[in-house]
Design a protein around this ligand. Structure first.
Ligand code: FRU
Length: 495
């Protein structure tokens, strides 16, 4: 692949060429290597001709492209989304001589129907053999897809979408070959037009003090079901929602009737959790415009979100909240561009990337006096600018006024892509003022993380020239406030 194009992310994964959508089969192998598979059209820059592309990484940021892992059997079918499990105990019978068995479970899409198939690998997921007894699950439906399998006790558990019926089916199996219907979760949250790509995951529950420490060996855990909807998201097109609840091996019961969105932008869809891990990656795009975005002139379309470490926080009256921290950035952190200790009611400019741009990470830590009334104009602002075209990606945090404690991002002042559904402005609100705002701009993709990932905004952005400058400032903050700013260049993982 040619990764030199000006819109190519440097630390987010994008395919060597062609079109990518959902992350699939995420797992960590017996050597500690992370595997990312993805919905892939290797022959065109629009969706279709679905294969499983494949890439591997030691750190979830530095990726090596691998040969395509799964091919459709003929030109009218596609290998749709699915998941991977490891089978050290040889429950499947495929692996009498190894404890490193890997099994992929995916949807075969044909003009007649969508069925579930499996394929097994003896080499840690680089090559696969389709099971001779496929399909393993066929309910004669055209809208039955995206199996995600987890281990529960002595069973395998699959969640899968009856996409057009707003039903998530739960199936169990002793061997990954025979599946028994156990229960359904139906008509929860936003329905949109279809349910897709469910995930069922057990995550740690941490204290709600916005800190990333406090992980103990005996920490409590809780279950979450995620359901992606497309089209028909509140902001248009695609989005992922999640439901905290209880799971007993066969039935999932949401705690309440609420739906919660996992992102305040609209470019984070079909996220998947790595098998047996609390780490996830999403597809950083939206079906409303993914086939139209201007990266096609560089021969590729779509990137993945950053990898995230997920946990739950018990917020009391609001229930469990999903927190999505940026996964350990240390391996890719490069030059420190600034460390300012006091950015109260002043601003600072930082240039980066020698005129060609690069991936940049900023980290704002905010301490505010308690029990004070904020001026209606109290705010924190960050703006990425191009050198000469006058384009900007703007964002900030409002501390008072009509909508206190609100993060916002505006991609409207960029000129590389005009389309009515390419929404310009995004925002989300909190009950308490933010203590930390982290952001990454990575060429055509930006991500904002508030309070270590209590709120996440993923926003694709298409300037006609690279961003080369970041300005951060605060205004009207009360006496006694403290704001620190650190800005780092990130390593170019494709150089
Ligand atoms: C979600 C999705 C899945 C399907 C895949 C096809 O984006 O529509 O439901 O398996 O993409 O590429």
């Amino acid at each position: 692949g040619d990764y030199t194009g000006p819109l190519r992310p440097r630390v987010h994964y994008s395919p060597p060429k062609g079109f990518m959508n959902d992350p699939n089969g995420l797992f960590k192998d017996s050597n500690g290597t992370w595997h990312l598979y993805y919905q892939y059209n290797p022959t065109d820059v629009v969706a279709g001709n679905q294969h499983w592309g494949h890439a591997t990484s030691p750190d979830l940021y530095t990726w090596t492209n691998q040969p395509i892992a799964l091919f459709p059997p003929n030109s009218t079918s596609g290998v749709f989304s699915g998941s991977i499990v490891t089978d050290p105990g040889n429950t499947s019978g495929f692996f009498p001589n190894t404890t490193n068995g890997v099994v992929a479970i995916y949807t075969l899409n044909t003009p007649e129907k969508q069925t579930q198939e499996i394929a097994y690998s003896f080499d840690d997921g680089y090559t696969f053999t389709p099971y001779a007894g496929n399909p393993v699950l066929d309910v004669n439906s055209k809208q039955f897809r995206d199996p995600k399998v987890v281990r529960y006790g002595d069973n395998w558990v699959m969640v899968i979408a009856f996409a057009a019926e707003y039903v998530i089916g739960i199936y169990t199996s002793p061997d990954l070959k025979t599946w028994t219907h156990a229960s359904n979760v139906s008509h929860v949250g936003f329905l949109g037009v279809q349910y897709e790509c469910p995930n069922l995951v057990e995550l740690p529950i941490r204290s709600g003090d916005n800190s990333s420490n406090g992980r103990g060996a005996d920490e409590e855990k809780g279950w979450v079901l995620t359901i992606s909807i497309n089209p028909g998201a509140p902001l248009g097109g695609s989005i992922t929602q999640y439901f905290p609840g209880e799971f007993n091996g066969t039935h999932f019961t949401p705690h309440d009737g609420a739906t919660r969105l996992s992102n305040f932008g609209k470019d984070d869809y079909a996220g998947q959790f790595f098998y047996n891990q609390s780490v996830s990656i999403g597809w950083a795009s939206n079906w409303e415009y993914t086939n139209l975005v201007p990266t096609a002139k560089e021969g590729w379309r779509s990137s993945m979100t950053l990898p995230r470490e997920n946990y739950l926080v018990d917020t009391g009256v609001k229930g469990w909240e999903l927190v999505q921290e940026i996964y350990d950035l240390q391996p890719i952190v490069s030059n420190n561009l600034t460390s300012s200790r006091n950015l109260v009611n002043t601003s600072q400019e930082v240039g980066f990337g020698d005129g060609n741009g690069t991936a940049v990470y900023f980290d704002l830590n905010i301490t505010l006096p308690t029990n004070i009334t904020f001026s209606p104009y109290a705010s924190i602002n960050f703006t990425f600018s191009t050198a000469s075209s006058g384009e900007q990606l703007k964002g900030g945090y409002i501390l008072a006024g009509a909508t206190p404690y609100t993060i916002w991002v505006d991609r409207g002042k960029t000129n590389g892509f005009e389309y009515p559904l390419f929404t310009e402005k995004f925002s989300a609100s909190q009950l308490k003022p933010a203590q930390r705002i982290q952001g990454i701009i990575d060429k055509s993709l930006s991500e904002i993380y508030v309070d270590n990932g209590a709120l996440v905004g993923t926003v694709d952005v298409y300037p006609t020239a690279p961003f080369t400058k970041l300005s951060v400032g605060t205004g009207d903050l009360p006496e006694g406030s403290n704001v620190s700013l650190e800005v780092w260049e990130l390593k170019d993982t494709w150089a």
